[in-house]
Design a protein around this ligand. Structure first.
Ligand code: AMP
Length: 395
């Protein structure tokens, strides 16, 4: 796996695919700069080597050139975070861009305009990728968030940099974290899958059964398993058509010696609302008119025990409707358990969709080993897929 350390960037122009797809408010100010901050180590390392950086990214989903999606809005923020002057060029291919790229000096940074102003980007167009490739000497992919897309700048462009392409430090960290869980993790390995739907996690569960010793199934998706086993779940969220699959997964887990932990009790609410009445009930005996919205105290205790016995922990998906304060407790308690296990030496990876939001919201970000920056890319990695953006560097 080639990383930044395999190259000397002195007097070289690095063409770096970053993920600067950051949220903007109505004044076009960056409201969450995490992705820019995450790309900083790669950029600074190259500049310190004596190289220059040409940054390319997408922003949103524009249809052709649309000013509101221009990366010019974030150039100031990038400059502030890097602490280095950032030049901006109002296109990403063509003569003007090539001239700008040719004229940057070691230690300088050039930010290109939104790649997705060209439909060729998402189409993975080879001619477009070749034009991009003219801008740099070494291609660096540091955009995990788009590594699952075979777009021109994330994948196709790499073929024009044979022997001159590598992962940036963010992407390398993402790959290493996933490997730690899926391949090299110290046992016992635990995966915690929560969230709303079984259907969106099926492939992950099937893939992960070969990798883990323990599997916690929590959140809304647990009710499909509970009902499939004959439990009474009241109005809880459930995918009836996935019940046979749930039973099959439990059988597969048994055959593979994976211990599956399903909630024992739940906080049931009489409405899907923060001010609903609530009561603790057995997971198999939820009264009619009530729905399970959070993990109950016995479940929290049982999960805490499994977490603390594990040496490698993957967490994807909340244990309850954490967006509502009344039902966030199970997710917060699980975060506390994982934080403590991490403090005691376990490796913990949080990734994919809402668990990242929960981890940030409740302040666990710095208490787990790694928080993934890529939602879809993370989910596809957990499904066992080779991401095209990663494969293109390895080729
Ligand atoms: P996912 O994107 O699949 O990880 O699902 C995350 C969503 O699952 C969050 O919006 C949670 O509110 C929701 N969720 C978690 N537990 C439950 C539950 N018991 N009932 C309904 N929704 C839930």
């Amino acid at each position: 796996m080639k990383t930044l350390n395999d190259f000397d960037f002195k007097d070289k122009k690095a063409l770096i695919r970053v993920d600067f797809n950051v949220p903007l408010n109505e004044q076009f100010e960056v409201t969450d700069a995490t992705r820019i901050v995450s790309a900083k180590p790669t950029i600074i390392k190259i500049l310190e080597d004596g190289g220059s950086c040409i940054l390319m990214s997408h922003l949103g989903r524009p249809k052709g050139f649309q000013d509101e999606f221009s990366l010019k809005h974030i150039a100031g923020k990038v400059e502030e975070i890097l602490g280095v002057e950032v030049k901006f060029v109002a296109d990403c291919i063509g003569d003007e861009v090539e001239a700008a790229a040719n004229s940057i000096e070691p230690g300088q940074v050039l930010l290109l305009e939104n790649l997705r102003f060209y439909k060729e980007e998402t189409a993975g167009d080879k001619a477009f990728a070749e034009k991009l490739s003219k801008l740099g000497d070494i291609y660096v992919n540091d955009a995990f968030g788009t590594a699952h897309r075979a777009h021109a700048s994330t994948t196709i462009v790499a073929q024009f940099f044979e022997g001159k392409k590598c992962f940036g430090s963010l992407l390398a960290q993402e790959i290493e974290s996933i490997q730690k869980v899926m391949e090299t993790g110290e046992k016992p390995v635990l995966a915690i899958l929560g969230g709303a739907k079984v259907s969106s996690k099926i492939t992950i569960i099937e893939n992960i059964l070969d990798k883990v010793d323990h599997l916690i199934i929590g959140g809304g998706m647990a009710f499909t398993f509970v009902k499939a086993q004959g439990g009474k779940i009241g109005n809880s969220i459930c995918e009836d058509d996935k019940m046979p699959l749930a039973l099959e997964i439990l059988e597969q887990a048994k055959a593979k010696n994976v211990q599956v932990h399903i909630p024992i009790d739940t906080i049931a609410a009489d409405a899907f609302s923060n001010d609903a009445n609530k009561q603790v009930v057995d997971i198999n005996a939820i009264p009619d008119g009530w729905e399970g919205v959070d993990a109950g105290p016995k479940s929290i205790e049982a999960f805490d025990k499994v977490v603390k016995e594990s040496k490698t922990i993957l967490w994807n998906g909340p244990l309850g409707v954490f967006e509502m304060e009344s039902f966030a407790n199970g997710t917060i308690e699980l975060g506390n358990s994982i934080a403590e296990a991490t403090k005691n030496g376990a490796f913990s990876l949080v990734g994919g969709g809402d668990s990242v939001a929960a981890v940030k919201q409740f302040g666990f970000e710095n208490k787990v080993s790694y928080v993934s920056t890529g939602g879809g890319a993370m989910l596809e990695s957990l499904e066992g897929k080779t991401l095209p953006g990663i494969a293109a560097i390895l080729e």
